[in-house]
Design a protein around this ligand. Sequence first.
Ligand code: OOG
Ligand code: MG
Length: 262
Amino acid sequence: MALTQDTIAALAEHLENCELQAHDTLKITNDHPDMDWDDAYAIQDAILARKIGRGARVIGLKAGLTSHAKMKQMGVDTPVFGFLVDYFSVPEGGEVKTSELIHPKVEPEIAFVLKHALKGPGCHIGAVLAATDFVLPGIEVIDSRYRDFKFDLKSVVADNTSAARFVVGGRPMRPSEVDLRTVGVVLEKNGEPVALGAGAAVLGHPAAAIAMLANHLGRRGREIPAGSLILSGGVTEAVAVAAGDNVSLRVQGMGSVSLRFV
Ligand code: OOG
Ligand code: MG
């Protein structure tokens, strides 16, 4: 660790205030160029602790920057991981208030729900599929707290990987009922297709993102708890949205899920 506990706490407070007050900031590595990976995840953990202190509940986890489309769009080369708390969850067909966000974008994702805990190191796709109860379509709404979504990996980890809102729905499927590599996804905005892809865009198989997450947590002595909902990462580039937009995601054989921006 390169930062002091006081600096970590101050950066967590700063980034969380940007989220809660919907205003942007410059990437924190500008002022803290020596910040390391442990610092970045410690800031994210401190943000989570602040939320739990106010009564929020963790409901799941997310992997991000797991597809080449996303890595290329953001100019980075490694996946990152974050948390999901209760108030990020939007009901199927529900409203997202743009006044609560800075510059939201949507991403088509495959969500996993686990029936058993997963622990790394050594977690692989087979272990993920065996531990998965079902998979279902999900739209993630990301909202980087950094001006114009300009960040580096450590800054985005500290900012809980731009997590803001998400919706899951459609038709849940057992992992044995669907080939997650070839499954097609179509993201529509106001009825027009705006992004298309297939599951293999995410690390060759979306379950690989869950295995990476378990291995990442395993290095920190943690696991993915049974019952967790996990977003495996955007299959395509993220698409900017504004008040008035209707967004829906169709995943082949798995129905569709939607939300509205007001
Ligand atoms: C970081 C979050 C990326 C994904 O699915 O790739 C992410 C960002 O692009 O702001 O959630
Ligand atoms: Mg995402």
